[in-house]
Design a binder for this molecule. Structure first.
Ligand SMILES: Nc1ncnc2c1ncn2[C@@H]1O[C@H](COP(=O)(O)OP(=O)(O)O)[C@@H](O)[C@H]1O
Ligand SMILES: [Mg+2]
Length: 404
């Protein structure tokens, strides 16, 4: 909240400023005269003006009238006086002030006035009606609700504003990532297409040396493609643009599909890729494509971080959920990194230096997707021995996504 304080007494300025800061308001503009106040009100467009009743060049009530007339955007004005005896609520109301209060060292009556001007939505009160509750006004009784409640109101107003700002920034970042990754896809597709055509020989004979280089270019373009996909998926999940397309899914069939699409890659790397399941039908209610994406990310990681041994996909049936474990005999994850690998962009630093790096988004995407299904995901690992990432999906009829 932006506040303009029009107050000529330096001591009072300091007290008010300190008081506002202690309540989390830091956008404060000061003015020491009426003219300066009116000019700053027009320039800074504050949400609230705290206005002294007596200023060296102008009468406070006149300043109030002018500010209200100049600013069509409905700025709120609280008039302040130094003495209880000088309270002139009628005059303030006639000048268009929203509230009137007495300056006290603890700022209590100011706080009360602020909370009447900006009541929290929970009160069901309309800001526009606050002007009716001047002190001394028979309808309002005394100075309003308790101090603690008022302090909470003011803090929550400020918090709400900060929250909105943060959300807007976050949204901006997600949109940026989404737009950039989307735009990167087209040229990449063209590069891949062109390189593939040259490799195929339709533009002339390709020597073995040229072929090797072109294949390397193609492999890297594929990797870039995967990273861009990660970024796009991440941005969509962040922006809550992903809606679950829930159907009955047989986890065994899903795991078989993932197994067969990675099988030849694993064999090429000299690794065994196994699939184990206790029964041929293990039903969950889930978004098929998203679960495939989770399995693809997990098996992809195991392939990337395992040099010898095997990768196992193991399904298990529990009373309320199906558990899926992707375990490998790779480089493992140090214990202190285990919980952090699900954080966005987190990668286990130097120890994977010689592995092809991704975006560090795969596991956080998995976590989001499993979260949407009301399941859990975690990792177990013994450093340099292997890693297992396990996720669960509630069975149909148990508290899962359909219960939302
Ligand atoms: N199976 C695994 N074995 C060893 N380390 C892993 C494994 N899976 C994930 N990690 C670690 O967790 C990090 C985050 O994984 P992920 O979010 O998929 O990002 P990325 O694969 O793009 O690096 C990886 O960079 C790696 O350090
Ligand atoms: Mg990954």
């Amino acid at each position: 909240m932006k506040i303009l304080v029009i107050e000529d007494n330096e001591q009072d300025q300091k007290i008010i400023q300190r008081f506002l800061r202690s309540r989390g308001v830091d956008d404060i503009t000061l003015a020491s005269s009426g003219q300066e106040g009116i000019r700053k009100a027009c320039d800074a467009r504050p949400d609230l003006v705290l206005l002294d009743t007596v200023l060296p060049d102008m009468d406070g009530f006149e300043i109030c009238r002018r500010i209200k007339a100049e600013m069509a955007s409905g700025v709120r004005v609280i008039m302040m006086t130094g003495h209880v005896a000088a309270v002139e609520p009628e005059k303030a109301r006639d000048a268009g002030a929203d509230e009137y209060c007495v300056k006290t060292a603890d700022g209590r009556s100011l706080l009360e006035a602020v909370s009447r001007v900006f009541p929290s939505p929970a009160d069901g009160a309309d800001v526009s009606t606050a002007a009716g509750s001047m002190p001394g006004d028979a309808s309002s009784g005394d100075w309003g609700p308790g101090k603690a409640r008022d302090a909470i109101k003011m803090l929550s107003m400020e918090l709400e504003r900060k929250n909105k700002e943060l959300k807007a920034l976050d949204q901006l970042k997600s949109n940026f990532i989404a737009n950039v990754s989307h735009e990167l896809r087209t040229p990449l597709t063209i590069i891949k297409g062109a390189v593939s055509q040259v490799i195929s020989g339709i533009y002339g004979l390709v020597t073995e040396e040229q072929r090797k280089k072109l294949l390397m270019a193609l492999r890297n373009a594929e990797r870039l493609n995967l990273m861009i996909d990660d970024l796009l998926d991440f941005a969509k999940l962040e922006a809550k643009q992903v809606h679950l397309d829930l159907t009955e899914v047989n986890m065994v069939e899903l795991a078989r599909e993932a197994h067969s699409s990675f099988y030849s890659l694993a064999v090429e790397k000299g690794l065994d890729l196994n699939l184990e399941y206790p029964a041929p039908l293990m039903r969950v209610y889930a978004d098929r494509n998203l679960l495939i994406q989770v399995l693809t990310n997990l098996i992809g990681n195991s392939l990337k971080f395992t040099e010898k041994g095997d990768i196992k996909i193991v399904l298990k049936e529990e009373p309320y959920f199906i558990e899926c474990r992707v375990a490998d005999t790779g480089c493992g994850i140090p214990e202190d990194e285990l919980s952090r690998v699900f954080d966005r962009f987190h990668q286990v630093g130097a120890r994977v230096g010689d592995h092809p790096k991704g975006t560090g988004l795969g596991l956080s995407i998995c976590k989001e997707i499993i979260g949407l299904h009301k399941g859990s995901i975690w990792a177990e690992s013994a450093f340099q021995k292997g890693t297992a990432v396990i996720f669960t999906i509630p069975k149909k009829g148990h508290p899962g996504p359909e219960a939302q």
